[in-house]
Write a protein that binds this ligand. Structure first.
Ligand SMILES: Nc1ncnc2c1ncn2[C@@H]1O[C@H](COP(=O)(O)OP(=O)(O)OP(=O)(O)O)[C@@H](O)[C@H]1O
Ligand SMILES: O=P(O)(O)OC[C@H]1O[C@H](OP(=O)(O)OP(=O)(O)O)[C@H](O)[C@@H]1O
Ligand SMILES: [Mg+2]
Length: 283
């Protein structure tokens, strides 16, 4: 059977979460950063550790079958690959930012201005769409310092907490795209069965992350009220307790409405609520 290759970032923002995701999929491998290639001992897969800039083209050209990379890198390199699965980490927004004291007020004011960025292709597309003629200056890193050095009037870069902008005297001006890490695949992958198996494992890990396993005790008198609060669940398990008028309810709750649900369950008479993380959900 042909061994698949997946390219992930060697070091940087996406490395740790990419490694963690693959390990949670039950894949055994050493995090050999120095050898740059690591065989998986229990799945026909090899992991390539690369600069994120190179991952989209390696996948497009079939040097790697799969890759984990930010959507921004796919957009920037304009490659032709399959988008297989959004991964829910590496979330950020690409923004144009300007100095706090900038005279720029509208998009049209960017006309004739110099904008520094590591993402010239995405920026050019945005400028063309908005009919703005600006001077795009490519800088490979530390873009935020360029206005302070007199190298540009604005920047276009990744923003997450906004801390880097703030500490460089900049403020957000326009959102251009949002991004998260994504699993991409070569368009002509032969080994479809193996890829599907890997995607199924990834999805079971992602689903588990979005939900919590909850066990609670409730008196039989309040049971229906508690069950009514759990509409997303097909059928919660109700287990008898030694105390004759009480039962335990086992269920899963989506992370997003977790705190809201817990306080409503308490009001409905739930007691001794125990919450546990879920490792995998296989459907
Ligand atoms: N502050 C952030 N918050 C969330 N996600 C981010 C942040 N910064 C970058 N990312 C995402 O992580 C990806 C990798 O970012 P990183 O800063 O590690 O890139 P890099 O320095 O170009 O790394 P490499 O050495 O691999 O070229 C980005 O393309 C983006 O998708
Ligand atoms: O809004 P914030 O939370 O401050 O994040 C934004 C910063 O994060 C990224 O850089 P990173 O810290 O990964 O360093 P890099 O420039 O070496 O890639 C990005 O290039 C911004 O500079
Ligand atoms: Mg890079």
């Amino acid at each position: 059977m042909k061994t698949l290759k997946i390219a992930i970032q060697k070091s940087g923002r996406l490395n740790e979460k990419s490694v963690e995701l693959l390990k949670n999929c039950g894949l055994n491998f050493e995090n050999y950063k120095s050898s740059l290639i690591s065989p998986v001992s229990n799945f026909p897969l090899e992991i390539l550790f690369l600069r994120d800039d190179d991952i989209p083209e390696y996948v497009q050209d079939g040097i790697a079958d799969l890759g984990i990379v930010g959507e921004n890198m796919i957009e920037e390199t304009e490659v032709d690959v399959d988008y297989l699965q959004r991964l829910g980490f590496g979330k950020c927004t690409l923004k144009i930012a300007i100095p706090n004291n900038s005279p720029v007020e509208t998009l049209a004011d960017l006309g004739g201005k110099a904008i520094a960025t590591s993402y010239p292709a995405i920026l050019e597309k945005f400028l063309v769409k908005n009919n703005i003629k600006a001077d795009v200056r490519m800088i490979s890193g530390s873009v935020e310092i360029s206005p302070g050095l007199g190298l540009s009037d604005a920047i276009f870069d990744i923003v997450s907490t906004g801390g880097t902008l703030k500490s460089n005297g900049l403020k957000p001006f326009a959102d251009v795209m949002s991004s998260e890490a994504i699993l991409i695949g070569n368009k002509n992958i032969e080994n479809k069965d193996l890829i599907e198996e890997l995607i199924a494992r990834i999805q079971s890990v992602l689903r588990a992350k979005e939900t919590k396993y909850v066990v609670l005790n409730v008196s039989k008198a309040n049971l229906q009220q508690v069950i009514d609060l759990l509409p997303g669940v097909k059928s919660p398990s109700v287990v008898p307790l030694a105390e004759p008028d009480w039962v335990a309810v086992h269920t899963v709750i989506p992370e997003r409405d977790f705190w809201d649900k817990i306080s409503k369950l308490k009001q409905a008479g739930a007691q001794g609520i125990v919450v546990m993380p879920i490792e995998k959900i296989i459907v």
